[in-house]
Design a protein around this ligand. Structure first.
Ligand SMILES: Nc1ncnc2c1ncn2[C@@H]1O[C@H](COP(=O)(O)OP(=O)(O)OP(=O)(O)O)[C@@H](O)[C@H]1O
Length: 384
């Protein structure tokens, strides 16, 4: 019924293959999970969640079939030709440099709309994903996304299961085990970190765990007796979230745009790629501000996806009027094809090209010092 074609990737629990289904007459992905690696409760849960999600949402990677033998579970999934966003951006990063970031010819705004729509749909069914990250966002050859890997998902609104998901993307409340946490609000934090990663290609924190005060300078104790290394970035974020995002992410890029020379010596590195609809650093700074204010408050109660979505829409409707920024400069792009060296044959959409960023992408003029830029940015942030 299924002819296995090529191995796509191995995850922590599974190996995923591209296959042909003669019944469905389409390519599918076979997620093959060794039973010795995955408990039957875990598989039952993933199956139940995939069934609940059904095949109703275009941005959720649907389960088409399921079977098992003595040694393996096999989940048959819709096949996404362009792999996951983490790998996709990795390729873009390799082709860009600080002075000439690769240009991603996909709309960030569409991608985020689709991601929000998928997550909102799952949440409306009472399902929290609990492992939202670029690796679990798959890309089709039409440039659409599908949210995948529902192995950590739950229908519990509150949970005392800590350490579920991926450290870099998990909310602070999921590290320390005294109170139960709101699983849906924790997803909001992961969306925020994921968005920062998608924009800049770097995760803000290794882990957003609090110190409980009883451990040495170099360690942070997580819930259930786990010890996490101290994450200075998270400490800095706690002190001044916007300042942290500015110095880690925005300042290095502004430094290049402003001086046409990379002089930034603080934390962080400039992005090695830009999204075609995010070439304006003011738009980027507004998105960051919204992400931090609405998706990444430390208190989960203060997070709101609806609020985030409304505010993103206001930024995007404003920049809509100034669209075609990239089109205007199209002739300056050096078009490169996006090839995955390891997987060679993947059909990527035409996606990355070099951008003469210092001339074209900068809405800034002069050579204002970084501190002044920060103030300028602050004063130009239009939403309240
Ligand atoms: N439907 C699909 N189409 C194309 N590629 C896929 C598909 N499903 C998964 N993959 C690829 O396989 C990788 C691993 O899949 P998945 O995340 O579901 O496995 P996992 O074992 O749960 O991984 P981990 O726990 O390490 O995140 C994905 O990051 C993606 O690159």
């Amino acid at each position: 019924m299924y002819s296995k074609l090529t191995k796509i990737q191995s995850g922590s629990f599974s190996t995923v293959y591209k296959a042909w289904s003669s019944t469905l007459e389409q390519y599918v992905a076979l997620k093959v999970i060794p039973k010795k690696k995955y408990s039957s409760e875990g598989m039952d849960n993933e199956y139940k969640i995939m069934k609940l999600l059904g095949r109703n949402h275009p941005n959720i990677c649907s389960m088409l079939d399921f079977y098992e033998d003595d040694s393996y579970y096999v989940v048959v999934l819709e096949y996404c030709e362009c792999g996951d966003l983490y790998d996709f951006l990795d390729i873009a990063k390799k082709q860009g440099d600080p002075y000439s970031p690769a240009l991603i010819q996909l709309d960030f705004r569409n991608l985020i709309n689709q991601l929000f729509s998928a997550i909102n749909y799952a949440h409306s069914l009472g399902i929290a994903h609990r492992d939202i990250k670029p690796e679990n966002i798959l890309l089709t050859k039409d440039g659409n996304i599908k949210l995948a890997d529902w192995g950590h998902a739950t229908t519990d609104a509150k949970s005392k299961e800590y350490h579920i998901g991926t450290d870099n993307y998990r909310g602070p409340e999921t590290f320390n085990g005294t109170e139960s946490y709101d699983t849906i609000k924790s997803d909001y934090w992961s969306i925020g970190v994921t968005m920062l990663y998608l924009i800049f290609g770097q995760c803000p924190f290794k882990c957003a765990a609090f110190s409980n005060g009883d451990v040495s300078e170099t360690e942070i104790l997580g819930g259930n007796d786990r010890v996490y290394p101290r994450c200075n970035n998270f400490t800095n974020f706690l002190e001044n979230p916007h300042g942290f995002v500015f110095t880690s992410y925005l300042a290095p890029s502004i430094s290049i745009i402003e001086n046409n020379d990379y002089k930034w010596s603080g934390n962080g590195k400039p992005a090695l790629y830009v999204w075609q609809d995010l070439v304006d650093i003011y738009d980027v700074s507004q998105l960051c501000r919204i992400i931090v204010d609405t998706l990444m408050p430390i208190d989960p109660e203060d997070r709101s996806m609806v609020h985030a979505f409304d505010l993103f829409a206001s930024v995007w409707s404003k920049s809509n009027q100034e669209q075609n920024v990239t089109k205007q400069y199209e002739n300056n792009y050096t078009h490169l094809s996006l090839k995955n060296e390891s997987a060679g044959t993947k059909d990527y959409p035409p996606a990355v090209c070099g951008l003469e960023q210092h001339e074209n992408a900068s809405p800034l003029t002069g050579s204002t010092p970084i501190e002044k830029q920060y103030n300028l940015l602050e004063s130009r942030i239009a939403y309240s």
